[in-house]
Structures are given as C-alpha cells and as structure tokens.
Design a protein around this ligand. Structure first.
Ligand SMILES: [Zn+2]
Length: 140
C-alpha cells in the first residue's frame, strides 16, 4: 500500500513553511482527515479536511466522533472515502507514539503523521507497519 498526496495538499498539512524552517515553536497538534479514492492497493488523496484538536495539546489530539462521522458521510456523498487520519507532531519527528498506536488499532485506516522530519504513514495490520508516502506533481 502507498499513500499518494498531491504536492499542493502536502503544503496544507506541512508543519513548517519557509519562514518557520528552523523554529521549534511549540503549538497545538493539528489534526484532520485525508479524503480520496482507492486505486488498487494504493490510495490517492484528493482533499484535506482539518479539524479542531479538542485536546488543545502539543502532545496529543482528539477528534469528536461525530466530526469524524460527518467527514465520512460527506466523502461518501462525493463518491470518495476517508482514506487516512492525519496529525502533526509540532515538537518532534513523525514517528508514531505509543499513544498513537492504541488509537491507530481502533480506526482501521492509515494514519499520516507530519513531524519535523517529514511526513510518515502507518497502518495497523497484526502490528504497526510503516507505509510509503509518495508526492504527486501538479498535474494530479
Ligand atoms: Zn502522534
């Protein structure tokens, strides 16, 4: 499995813009869902929907179940799916935390984690597996 993210959407979930390249300012974790379509074993992301982090913490996030459900319904209506949940690690790298693993197990879809070192993706399938993230050019 591979998660394919158009470059313009990568900019939406990226932690740092050019001005913040070297800053390590602590901020609340950002979170949301990636909506898209399945193509064989891969998924192509078409839309980024960001939510409030209900926990307002720099170290973890919470999304209301009804918010997730609404996103899922909206995606279905547009012939797409919620293909991944994303969140940022504003204080660290994109490695999945033990707390993340517990939640990952329960969601059944990949998690994309945006860390200071880039964007990583994970899936729970008899254990945590890192999956490939590929960035697509402008024509996608
Ligand atoms: Zn995390």
């Amino acid at each position: 499995m591979k998660i394919k993210i158009p470059l313009k959407l990568r900019e939406m979930i990226n932690l740092r813009d050019e001005r913040e390249e070297v800053s390590m300012k602590v901020e609340v974790e950002r979170c949301g869902v990636l909506i898209g379509e399945k193509r064989g074993k891969d998924v192509i992301v078409r839309e980024v929907v960001e939510f409030e982090n209900e926990a307002r913490s720099p170290f973890f996030f919470e999304i209301k179940p009804e918010t997730l459900y609404d996103a899922w319904l909206r995606a279905k209506r547009n012939g797409m799916e919620v293909v991944a949940i994303f969140h940022t690690h504003p204080t660290g790298i994109g490695k999945i935390s033990s707390r993340d693993v517990e939640s990952l197990k329960n969601t059944g879809i990949p998690w994309v984690i945006v860390g200071m070192d880039g964007i990583k993706a994970y899936l729970y399938d008899e254990g945590v597996k890192e999956i490939d993230v590929e960035f697509l050019g402008e024509d996608f």
